[in-house]
Design a protein around this ligand. Structure first.
Ligand code: ADP
Ligand code: MG
Length: 327
């Protein structure tokens, strides 16, 4: 199983930032409202993520580290309309095959916490009692220690940390209801607090996208035929010196999708001009039955069942935000 897991890891775990992404997504799927991220040496040495989510029962701990073990999909119907961020049950098995991973957890229903650790070629899981508040901590030490070829591909500490910082930015942008703390080499470098009201939302948006973007952005909120688009686009008055902010989410998942990019570009070109680089933070909502996120493990692409409709919807939404009063 270790070899199979290492091969699968090649798809999911490219660098420390991909580990951080998978672990934070698990915390969010577990309903966490507070996520604490500790990084040492750009993540190559240590990544530790603590959450206040639902935790994992002692009986389920070994299973969580096994390949294709997911608690999130029970039937084919669920697969047709995925609501959680994870669903493949591959991340933990993959990560633990290329690092020293421990999983410590306590659900509310349990008095004590347990820690799981997978070892050796057979990836046998051993369990021992531990001290931990309700929730989970995933600790990943010495990433790629047993796959030297991959370890060699890691860049400088600074570069790897920059990738982690960006992953957290993307996630924090989509989850204003969750607190994120990021610590690097013992120093707190980011603290995104829960944003409930407009003022706090502006603060988080500023912390992530910069004051420049926020001061230039116009709000967009457009619904039609069960589709929705919400967020901010840089207005034509400012597009000259737009920042490089380009974030797009489909049902809460970050996407880099050709169809979406094309629609955005087209709206910008037709309403602002060829030269302008669009800057935006957009949240698209689509009936989960109408999208297929099951395209690639890195999960940055989607397939829309009615792609033409979605394209035109995005185009219209942005066009109307760029030219208020005309549509
Ligand atoms: P997936 O997210 O695709 O289900 P993972 O390998 O990422 O697969 O996780 C395996 C399982 O471990 C999850 O389905 C979930 O039941 C459990 N799990 C992982 N991380 C956490 C966490 N932070 N809190 C609670 N449960 C978790
Ligand atoms: Mg997962």
């Amino acid at each position: 199983p270790q070899l199979a897991n290492q091969i699968a890891a090649g798809e999911v775990v490219e660098r420390p930032a991909s580990v951080v992404k998978e672990l934070i997504e698990n915390s969010l799927d577990a309903g966490a409202t507070r996520i604490h991220i500790e990084i040492d040496k750009g993540g190559a040495k240590r990544i530790a993520i603590r959450d206040n989510g639902c935790g994992i029962d002692k009986e389920q701990l070994s299973l969580a580290l096994a390949r294709h073990a997911t608690s999130k999909i029970a039937s084919l119907d669920d697969l047709e309309a995925i609501m959680s961020l994870g669903f493949r049950g591959e991340a933990l098995a993959s990560i633990s095959s290329v690092s020293r991973l421990t999983l410590t957890s306590r659900p509310e229903t349990q008095q004590e916490a347990w820690q799981a650790y997978a070892e050796g070629r057979e990836m046998n899981v051993s369990l021992k009692p531990a001290a931990h508040p309700c929730g989970s901590t995933l600790e990943v030490l010495d990433l790629f220690y047993n796959t030297p070829a991959r370890r060699k591909f890691l860049r400088t500490e600074k570069t790897e940390f920059a990738h982690i910082d960006e992953v957290i930015r993307r996630i924090a942008l989509a989850r204003f209801d969750v607190e994120f703390v990021l610590i690097h080499n013992g120093k707190t470098v980011r603290h995104y607090r829960v944003a409930n009201n407009e003022k706090q939302k502006q603060q988080r948006l500023t912390a992530i996208c910069g004051a420049n973007f926020v001061s230039q952005a116009v709000h967009i909120d457009w619904q039609h035929d069960g589709l929705g688009i919400e967020g901010w686009v840089v207005s034509p008055d400012y597009a000259q010196n737009a920042s490089e902010t380009q974030y797009c989410y489909v049902n809460g998942r970050m996407m880099r999708d050709k169809l979406i990019n094309h629609a955005i570009r087209q709206a910008y070109q037709e309403h602002i001009g060829q030269q302008q680089t669009p800057a935006y933070v957009l949240f698209l909502t689509v009936d989960p039955h109408q999208v297929d996120v099951n395209v690639h493990p890195a999960k940055h692409e989607v397939r829309f069942h009615q792609s033409r409709l979605v394209h035109d919807f995005i185009y219209q939404g942005i066009a109307s935000a760029l030219t208020p009063g005309e549509t």
